[in-house]
Write a protein that binds this ligand. Sequence first.
Ligand code: AMP
Ligand code: MN
Ligand code: MN
Length: 325
Amino acid sequence: MQTNEREFRQAQQFLTEHDHFLVVSHVQPDGDAVSSTLVVGWLLSCLGKNYVMVNEGPIPKRMEYLSESEQIVDLSQAPLTESHKYVICVDCADFKRTGKSSLHFSEDAQILNIDHHPTNDGYGTVNLIVPNAAATVEILYDLIRFMNLEMNQNVATAIYTGLLTDTGGFRYSSTSPKVMEIASKLLEYGVDGPGLSELLLEQMTLPQLKLLTRALNGLQISEDGKISWVSVDDNDMEITGAIHEDLEGIVNYPRNIQGVEVGLLFKVINENAVKVSMRSAGKVDVASVAQSFGGGGHVRAAGARIEGTLETIVPRVIEQVKKQL
Ligand code: AMP
Ligand code: MN
Ligand code: MN
């Protein structure tokens, strides 16, 4: 089935031989991160294992329909009292993407690193990295089959959610024949495909729409029309009543302008840090741009957290993108 059968076998061994796991995804989790956490949790429960699912912060409200999502511990609200030796990281391109969750890894922790980012640096004790997978849930789907486990509708819904969100609704170039084949099988388990598309891709809250409007009001474009960007700060969030998850998707607007090669969203985190989201129309490898700022991601979607003020960071990032054009 897999060309990388050895990695799948090692991952299976990690799960079957140990117990009392910590399941972790990246800070500010997206649909793939939340779903992958839940799929691993389900897999461990099938094996009769003990585990705790955590994230540095809350999971997006929009994803609360996912079965067992309320079991993911928000460490900002409820820190754990003990540390864990066996850790499973999902959808985390590098160790620091786990954020404050890593404070709960023991010093001699063994990590199973399951991910699809080509920039993944292989920080795990065991690494199951499949860069051509559209989402981490795609790897987990293969792992479930590899381990001969029988899925149910709830797990199928989580896997579908990860695929749907990471492929932008089965539209990005990562939407391989295999992705569509998996999606088709998941629908047979009773997944509500149209309902999930409506909830995750179509619906907007009013504050979200207001934030988008405000951001687009300040849209900028380079002289050659190839780079376009917007920025958002806490004042924008406050005035519109938007929450963090409402930032999702804004970066696509500058990217969608005809002729634009790279769209950027700058989100001011505090006086001395900015998160930049990068989207490419195809020519520019934004993962390498993000990496040059200590971030990572995929060729056409990447991000980084950069120290400095918005005024200094914007020209630096644009300069770096221009070099790639
Ligand atoms: P985002 O712009 O946050 O939607 O992220 C786009 C892609 O870049 C995702 O695949 C993320 O996993 C990745 N990414 C975002 N921020 C970072 C970061 N600080 N370090 C590494 N990868 C990142
Ligand atoms: Mn992710
Ligand atoms: Mn992902």
